[in-house]
Write a protein that binds this ligand. Structure first.
Ligand code: THU
Length: 129
C-alpha cells in the first residue's frame, strides 16, 4: 500500500469545496517520473457542475504536459474518518481510461486496485473509427 500517496490524497481533501454534500475528497496522482499532482472535489450551487477530485488531479497534470501515470490515491470522508474506500465514480473511471494503462493502480483506504477492477470495458478511441 502506497501510504505516502494516500496521505497526500487525505491532505488534498482539506481544500475540498463541498458545502452541499459535506463530503471531502482528495486525490493524489503519481506520474511515471515521480511527480505528484493533487486535486479536491469542487462543488457548485448548480450541482451538476461539480467536478470530482480525481478529474481535477488528472486535468491539472495533463494541462502541465504529463500523460504517463503510475497510480492515483483517493481519500473521501464526511467526518474526518478516511478508513473506508471512496471508490471513483464512473465519469472519473472513464477519464482514467483515456490516460492510464493496465499497470495503473488505484489506491483506496482498504486496498489497491486496477482500473479493470472497476471498469472492465470503456468507450475509447477505437470506438471512434
Ligand atoms: N466525489 C469525488 O470527488 N470523487 C469520488 O470518487 C466520489 C465523489 C465528490 C463529488 C461530490 O462533490 C461529493 O464527492 C459527493 O458526491
Amino acid at each position: 500500500m502506497n501510504t505516502r500517496l494516500f496521505d497526500a490524497a487525505v491532505k488534498a481533501s482539506e481544500k475540498a469545496h463541498c458545502p452541499y454534500s459535506g463530503f471531502h475528497v482528495g486525490a493524489a496522482l503519481l506520474t511515471a517520473d515521480g511527480e505528484i499532482f493533487t486535486g479536491c472535489n469542487v462543488e457548485n450551487a448548480s450541482y451538476s457542475m461539480t467536478v470530482c477530485a480525481e478529474r481535477i488531479a488528472i486535468f491539472k497534470a495533463v494541462s502541465e504536459g504529463k500523460s504517463d501515470f503510475s497510480a492515483i490515491a483517493v481519500a473521501g470522508s464526511a467526518d474526518g474518518d478516511f478508513s473506508r474506500n471512496c471508490t471513483p465514480c464512473g465519469a472519473c473511471l472513464q477519464v482514467m481510461s483515456e490516460f492510464c494503462g493496465s499497470g495503473f493502480k488505484i489506491i483506496l483506504a482498504e486496498g489497491e486496485y486496477h482500473l479493470s477492477d472497476f471498469l472492465p470495458v470503456s468507450f475509447n478511441k477505437e470506438n471512434l473509427k
